[in-house]
Design a protein around this ligand. Structure first.
Ligand SMILES: Cc1cc2nc3c(=O)[nH]c(=O)nc-3n(C[C@H](O)[C@H](O)[C@H](O)COP(=O)(O)OP(=O)(O)OC[C@H]3O[C@@H](n4cnc5c(N)ncnc54)[C@H](O)[C@@H]3O)c2cc1C
Length: 459
């Protein structure tokens, strides 16, 4: 094979995270030649600094709470302490096994895996350490980084999720700056591990992207768990002396803590990578792409967190697969962003799909909603969890939003997404039989009630 042929591919993908590697795997399955360029670890943020390690921490947190709460179930347990070296060994073990599996998967397909930092040097070329990889198609998948605020340096006891994932101690007092998904998940972990936690959120409510009723219930639950939070309050500054941070708010309040976790969102990794020089339209760092994930330059696609929208791993997977199939000529159906399930894994868990009540009102005009309390659900009572399932439907039409909060509700999002994506009517779901006693049954009961034939529902 000539040097040119060895460096020419159907697709060259820049970034081996959720979006990039999913695209590579699907493209290889479809018989396309693929080069996948990754400067760090295959698997990207989700596997190494995101979804997987945080959910392992949240599981360890649940175990700590279970140990504390044994008495509630008549089981004599005592909670002693959290050993971070043990927690980290468990977490790293999970990540390590998945990493190994993923490396094997990529190796087993005929994917040219290129290690190193790449740059778009022409509309069809990525350069890595002097090697030019030419693609009939280019897929940009360089992901995102943890943002900070102007003048807020990430150093010492001021950290983002990236450093917080590798703590070797449990801080006694933590301030979490940001009450979005990452902020509330970490707040939940720290509280369960024994820290005193205060969340600072500039918006009027926690998890502000969720339905307002969900935020209210989360705030109620967090109050009960003695997780402090201040909403509608802006951060003004922080000083750090030794191992102590002093956080000042615009209200004039100050909070002393042993750690400040900055969780103010994630910005796209696109600067200095040649995108704009190649003519790719970028808006505030994000790569703009149409519903087929094509950028304004023919043959250049973008997937994952660099494309405006939900920054979720499964969105990246879906977009990567979509682009591979599109390039292979399969004409896949476009992805409905509202049809992507969203789960926040704090305690209690939040899971949702589709439109919030406010969004549905704005979009569809007349709507109906129904809140089914988990108080009427046997399994939720067994678990001693509180919460509800809120349904939003177009008046006399399909269900356009499902919003759930309570222990383990993330596991219910699978059926919720079928309901939303298949545009089911409440009566369609009401005729399906849900197993008793499961939490899944609560979804069935909510639809029974909205279809006008409630079973275990009050009012
Ligand atoms: C703390 C945390 C928790 C999260 N939890 C969840 C969750 O529970 N569920 C969920 O769905 N999502 C979660 N996410 C979000 C999820 O991790 C991202 O949406 C997902 O990783 C995005 O995939 P991506 O492929 O766009 O980018 P990334 O996963 O960031 O991958 C991009 C890759 O590109 C590489 N790269 C960048 N520049 C170059 C270059 N010049 N050359 C070569 N390689 C380059 C990077 O090294 C990286 O590996 C979480 C994120 C965080 C931070």
């Amino acid at each position: 094979m000539s040097a040119t042929a060895a460096n020419t591919f159907d697709i060259v993908i820049l970034g081996g995270g959720s979006g990039g590697y999913a695209c590579a795997l699907r493209a290889a399955e479809l018989g396309l030649s693929v080069a996948l360029v990754e400067k760090g670890k295959l698997g990207g943020t989700c596997l190494h600094q995101g979804c997987i390690p945080t959910k392992a921490l949240l599981h360890a947190a649940e175990i700590a709470d279970t140990a504390r709460e044994g008495q509630q179930f008549g089981v004599k347990t005592t909670f002693e302490s959290v050993d971070m070296s043990g927690v980290n060994a468990y977490k790293d073990g999970v990540v390590g096994r998945l990493y190994k599996g993923l490396q094997g998967l990529v190796k087993s397909k005929s994917i040219e895996y290129v290690e190193g930092a790449g740059r778009l040097v022409a509309t069809n070329t990525i350069e890595v350490a002097g090697r030019k990889l030419v693609g009939k198609n280019i897929v940009l998948a360089t992901g995102s980084y943890a943002k900070s605020l102007p003048g807020l340096d990430i150093t010492g006891r001021i950290m983002t999720s990236e450093q917080a994932l590798f703590l070797d101690f449990v801080p006694a007092r933590v301030v979490v700056l940001g009450g979005g998904v990452i902020g509330v998940e970490f707040a939940s972990v720290f509280k369960s591990f024994g820290s005193e936690v205060t969340i600072i959120e500039a918006l009027p409510r926690l998890v502000a992207a969720e339905d307002e009723a969900i935020s209210k219930q989360l705030e109620r639950s967090f109050r009960k768990r003695k997780i402090n939070f201040k909403t509608g309050v802006k951060f003004s500054g922080v000083t750090q002396t030794g191992d102590v941070v002093n956080v000042t708010l615009e209200s004039g309040d100050t909070i002393e803590a042993d750690l400040l976790l900055v969780a103010v969102g994630r910005g796209p990794v696109t600067a200095g990578l040649g995108y704009e020089e190649a003519g790719v339209t970028v808006d505030r760092g994000f790569v703009l792409a149409n519903e087929h994930l094509q950028t304004n330059i023919e043959g250049i696609y973008a997937v994952g967190d660099i494309v405006p929208g939900l920054q979720l791993a499964h969105r990246g997977f879906a977009q990567g697969i979509f682009v591979a199939e599109q390039i292979a000529g399969l004409n896949p159906p476009v992805i409905d962003e509202m049809g992507i399930p969203r789960v926040t894994y704090c305690d209690p868990e939040i899971a949702s799909i589709g439109y919030t009540e406010a969004q549905a009102k704005a979009k569809f005009g007349e709507i109906e909603t129904y809140d089914y309390s988990l108080g009427g659900n046997g399994k939720s009572q067994i678990l001693q969890t509180q919460g509800f399932i809120k349904l939003v439907r177009q008046k006399d039409g399909p269900v356009v939003g499902v919003h759930m909060i309570g222990a383990r509700m993330g596991e219910q999002v699978g059926e919720a997404q079928l309901i939303y994506n298949w545009e089911a009517l409440p009566s369609d779901v009401a005729q399906l039989i849900h197993a008793h006693p499961t939490q899944n049954e609560a979804l069935g009961e909510a639809h029974l009630a909205l279809a006008g034939k409630p079973l275990h529902a009050h009012g």
